[in-house]
Structures are given as C-alpha cells and as structure tokens.
Design a protein around this ligand. Structure first.
Ligand SMILES: [Zn+2]
Length: 680
C-alpha cells in the first residue's frame, strides 16, 4: 500500500487482470493457471441466489485511517514511507528528584517538565500520564493487580501557577458542560491539564508536579520490588503524553496489556537512596565520585575500553559493606542524565553485584559501557554481561550503531518479567545458558525498537515485539552458529492458528480477545512474517531496507503504514496482499502438492492452495544423487485460483519434490508439502 487508499491502488487479487508481479524470480518455463482462472471472473463463482462468493483468496487494498491520509496531504508523512518535508514532533525535557524509602517502598518525587510545542497547532491543554494509577481502585485495566492506592498527587503547577482539580464534564439540559480552566482533571491514568493561556506554535510551557506512591511488591507488573531489597522502578513519574501529526493527543488509558507511546527529550534525574544501595538506570551517572569509592570509579571509567568483565561491586564489597561510599546522612543521591530518550527507569538494591565491560558500537570512537547487576543468589546471572555485550555489538552491526553511552541488564523481581526502557532493562529469569541469553538479547534488542525507533507500540505491539522477536532470532543464530532460531516463533504462531486462537496483528493490542492470540499477534507471528518477507526480498535487499527504516525513523514516530510503504518501495512492488492476509486478517497458509507428472524434460508439479492465506511457492525437486533444482513462483500466481501447475526442468529422474523446503513460510500443514517417487 502507499496510503491514499481511498483511491483504490494495488488490488493484487482483483480478478483475471491481476498483475503477476515478480516478487521472486520465476525460474519455471510455464505456469498454467487452474480452471477457475480461465473463467470470466476467476475469483468468484455464482451462488444460487444473487450473490457471489470467493472461491480463492481475494484481498482488498490496504486503506489506512483517514487521519493518516490527512498527514500525507499535510506533508508530515510521505507516500514512500518516510517523514515528509513538514514532519514535526514534540519534545519534553524532565528534571526530576526522587527518593525511595526501601522500608516502606514509598517513592516521593518532584519534577519540572519543559514541554516544547513544535506542532503547527495552538494547544489549549496538555495530556499527562499517571501510569501508577493502574494500581488504584476503580480504574479500568485488563490485568489483575494488587492495589497500591496509585498516585498521591500533591501539586501540579503550570508556569508557576498552582492548579486546582476541575470537575468532570457533565450533561446539563442535554448539553455538555465543561468546567473552564485553568486546572486539571485526572481520570484513571490520564490527566488533562487545561492551560490558562493557549500554548502557541514554537512556545514552551513548564509543568511542575509533586507526587508519591507505594512501589508494588508482588501483584504488580513491569515494575516493583522484591523483599524491599531489589527495586525496579518504571512508569513512575508523571509523563507528558504524545501529541503527534497523525492522531493528535494520545488520551488512551494505560490498561496494562498494551505498552507505551512516548516522545523524546532530555532527562536529569536525581535518585536518593540509603548508602550501600546501588542505582543503575537510563542515562549516565553524573557524580560517580560522590557515591562510589575511588577504586570503583576507576573500574567504571575503564570498562568501556574492555572486552573482559570486571566488578564495580564484588561479593567481597557487598560483605564488607563497601558497595558505595559511606555517607554522613545515611543517604546518597545518584545523579543521572540522558539525551534523546523516550523514558527513564532505574533499578536499586542493597544486594546488587555490579559487573561491567565494553562494547564496540561500530561508531568510530564510541564504545558503550555494558553493565549487569544481579543478586548473589542468582549466580547464573553473571553470564548476562557477555550476552548483553554480544547483543549490543550484533544489533549495532545489523541495525544501526548503538547511539547511547551505556546499556544495562538489571535482574529484577518476578513481576517485572522482562521489560525494556532506554539503556536499561529489567529481567527476571531463572534459567541460565540459552534461555537467559535469549531473554537478555530480546530485551536489549528493544533498545533499538521501540527505544530508538519510537513506535506507538501501545496500539501496534507488533512494531515493538514482532521486530524484536525477528532481531533476536538473528542474534541467536550469530551466537550459536545456527540458522533456524526463527523456527521457535513460527511454531508458536502455528499453534495459535491451529487452535483458531488468532487475533489480527493490526488490532489494538489492548483489545485482543484472548491472551494467547494477543501474544502471538504481538510476538511470534510478526516475528515469523519478517523472516518470510526477508526471504521474499532476499536477505541483502531486506537488510538494506531494514537499516534504512531504522535510520530514517530513529528518534521519530513511524506508523504501520510508513513501514508498509517503505517495504513496498524496497520490494519494488505492491505488497497489499501480504499486509491484508497476514497483518489485517488471520488467513492461514496451506500449500500442498497434488500431482507430479514426469515429462521428457523434467516434471510438471501441481500445487494447491488449500487455505485462505497466500505466499510465494518455492518448489525444490531432487534426485537420489543429491542434485536439486528450485523454482520460485510469486504469490500473485494465486490470483483467482487455488491450483497452479508449473514445469520444472530437470536432467535425470526426479525422486522427490518439496514445497518450501527451508520453511520460510508458515505453512500450517507440512505433511502435504512433499512428494516421493513411489517405489515399484
Ligand atoms: Zn519484548
């Protein structure tokens, strides 16, 4: 698709006139369409009544939302999937001071947000997120949680003026009455701050917020603490929501399953904890001399140049009470700063071992600091430092050089599962070896998507998790010198397809109707399809496009239709059939060999498309002596037909025929994918 979908471009399956686009090289001499394709309207057959019913897959063109088309018209996006000449995005810079009292798990914070309006629109209000309210009584959510009471909002001010809470809009005599600002209204996890003066284009506004909440113990998700001793803190500060060029303000509630959509900015964060507590987080530590002993500072500073692992806090340091400098007040303040990030999270513990090394980012002169923090009772976690180093080096090479100064894997309490933030990820994982490597690599892959390529993954989870599943398989193949790590996710997807538990990939992830389907639509299915697309385009062309996509949208906000358009530019052909069948629909694929006939010059192979999904057809014929011949037909051969016969030239006797021999396409039934010459 290319947008402007109402103009009806690209109907790959619209009937007899469907163009046979060359996705892959057609090596066969002839392709004979089946009987249906020779009829006047090949994809339809008459019903007894008035209607027509499709007898073969038919996919309409992708029609993006009208608001996306409006962005094309406004020139903020373009038909080739790149930001338009008029692209803009907002920015918010944060100065935050936060203190944690581990005994009570109480967090107290105050912040100043400087919000810059780069849009062409005058803004009358600012939308601010209070994620912790997902743990408060009475809010809508799609996960079960242990209640914490949510946020205590102590003060909110705009440009120094303290604001009061406004009443909710109400109906009076059939009309909506909206209380006049300035003021704010907090509804669940979202507050609308009505400004005294509209914020003009090019202007900025200062919001000050004082707040507190109790960090969740068990019964939370994505953040929390373990025994008041290991804290993973995220979704913790009031955060300005995104106002973008396609949808305007994102006022959607944080319900739990869906993740985030966050703008970029600079963070300066002071974290105060008791002495002896180690803090790691997004950004670089600005005051190591004030919180660490001199030999620790030397270790930290030397690490980026290293390829071996050294300790900033060893078991001996922990036992001797030397994890940090001592402090006269009993507290230490750790100061962090981060540029061009879309969030800030941190981990703190009085039990963390702290291991460091360096990673080559591929940028001359820029090696990243790699950090790993974990508790001594999880000794297997020491492996994670080198897994993290490999992930940063692999993705720097495959996608784009890691732009940030450091990358941290932090072991966390069970409820964090595996959760990513800029430069820091929280992971709980009991396994060692490949299992731990897989999850560390997955979470660090998120530093690229969605931390650098800033998608709206709250709605389009596949642009976050699907890409990450795809990236992770490539990185695992690199580490273990294998070539089929991708097959695990394909099997996961096929299981959901067989159970008919699927949810369309393009459905908003918060509105999936079953958890298995939601996870498959976010993770394994798009992960699988990116490998299929890579195979269709050829690895070299796909990789070039993939890097181009990441570079083009780094620190910006791509929408699904931008990705679709860029992919089609790279493919040089319309791919609406692919997006429709696989991203908008839950059609499945079942290609089957129905007949193999020996001819003088080789074999004629008839392949049936038994289900409603389509993919190219890859046919490999072979003889007993190991010689093979492969023929690839583009997906467009399925226009209006379920049966295709193709001649495969071959010298000698053909003993076997296999469709999709390397399993690049998610075929739901492989038992009908092969043919062997009957032994007589
Ligand atoms: Zn993930």
């Amino acid at each position: 698709m290319a947008g402007m979908g109402r103009m009806g471009r690209g109907r790959a399956f619209s009937g007899k006139s469907a163009t046979i686009t060359t996705l892959c090289i057609v090596a066969a001499a002839t392709v004979t369409p089946g009987l249906e394709a020779q009829q006047s309207d090949p994809s339809m057959r008459p019903l007894d009544g008035d209607g027509l019913v499709a007898t073969a897959p038919v996919f309409p063109p992708v029609v993006p939302p009208s608001r996306y088309d409006d962005a094309l018209t406004a020139g903020t996006r373009s038909l080739v999937g790149r930001p338009g000449a008029g692209y803009w995005q907002q920015a918010a810079d944060y100065r935050i001071a936060v203190e944690i009292d581990p005994k009570t798990a109480r967090l107290t914070g105050s912040e100043t947000i400087t919000y810059h309006n780069n849009s062409p629109d005058q803004l009358n209000s600012i939308v601010v997120r209070f994620y912790q309210n997902v743990f408060s009584e009475g809010v809508t959510r799609n996960r079960s949680v242990t209640l914490t009471g949510g946020i205590d909002l102590n003060r909110i001010a705009v440009n120094g003026l303290d604001l009061g809470e406004l009443e909710a809009p109400r109906f009076e005599n059939g009309r909506v009455v909206r209380p006049e600002g300035p003021g704010y209204r907090l509804d669940g996890t979202v507050a609308v701050v009505q400004l005294e003066e509209p914020l003009p284009t090019g202007g900025s506004v200062e919001l000050e917020v004082d707040w507190g909440f109790t960090v969740s113990g068990g019964g939370g998700f994505r953040n929390g603490h373990l025994d008041n001793s290991v804290f993973n803190v995220a979704q913790w500060y009031p955060q300005v929501s995104v106002y973008d060029d396609v949808f305007g303000w994102d006022r959607s509630q944080y319900l739990g399953n869906g993740e985030f959509y966050v703008g970029y900015g600079r963070f300066e964060v002071d974290v105060t904890v008791p002495e002896g507590w180690v803090v790691v987080g997004t950004g670089m530590l600005q005051n190591p001399d004030e919180v660490l002993r001199p030999e620790q500072v030397r270790a930290l500073r030397s690490a980026p140049a290293l390829d071996t692992v050294i300790a900033v806090v060893s078991e001996g340091d922990l036992e001797a009470g030397n994890a940090t400098r001592p402090s006269e007040t009993g507290k230490l303040t750790w100061r962090f700063a981060a540029d061009s990030v879309r969030d800030f999270a941190f981990a703190a513990s009085d039990r963390y071992l702290w291991h460091v090394t360096g990673a080559d980012t591929g940028n001359p002169g820029h090696r990243a600091l790699i950090q790993n923090v974990y508790t001594p009772d999880n000794a297997h976690w020491s492996e994670a430092t080198l897994y993290a180093k490999h992930a940063i080096e692999f993705f720097s090479d495959y996608i784009l050089p890691y732009p940030y100064p450091q990358a941290t894997a932090a072991m966390g309490p069970p409820q964090v599962n595996g959760m990513e933030y800029p430069m820091v990820t929280f992971i709980t994982h009991r396994a060692s070896g490949r299992g731990l490597n897989g999850v560390v690599t997955h979470e660090l892959s998120h530093f690229w998507m969605p931390m650098i390529v800033g998608t709206k993954e709250m709605a389009y989870a596949w642009m976050d998790e699907g890409f990450t599943v795809f990236n992770t398989a490539l990185a695992m193949d690199d580490w273990y010198e294998t070539s089929d790590s991708r097959k695990g996710s394909m099997n996961g997807y096929l299981q959901a397809a067989r159970f008919e538990a699927e949810v369309p990939i393009m459905r908003h992830t918060d509105y999936a109707d079953n958890p298995f389907g939601r996870s498959v639509a976010a993770y394994s299915k798009p992960g699988t399809l990116l490998h299929s697309l890579r195979h269709m385009l050829g690895a070299e062309r796909f990789d070039e496009f993939y890097r181009d996509y990441a570079r083009t949208w780094a620190f910006k906000h791509p929408m699904p239709w931008d990705f679709f358009n860029m992919a089609e530019e790279a493919a040089g052909t319309d791919l609406d059939w692919f997006w429709q069948a696989w991203f908008y629909d839950t059609a499945v694929l079942d290609q089957a060999i129905s007949e193999v006939r020996t001819t003088g010059e080789g074999v004629d192979v008839t392949v049936e498309n038994l289900e409603w999904g389509v993919m190219p057809v890859e046919i490999r014929v072979g003889s007993g002596d190991g010689s093979t011949e492969t023929v690839v037909l583009p997906a467009s051969v399925w226009a209006g037909t379920r049966s295709v016969t193709t001649s495969v030239p071959f010298e000698g006797d053909v003993d076997q025929v296999v469709i999709d021999p390397d399993e690049w396409y998610p075929d739901i039934d492989r038992s009908n994918n092969s043919w062997k010459r009957p032994t007589s």
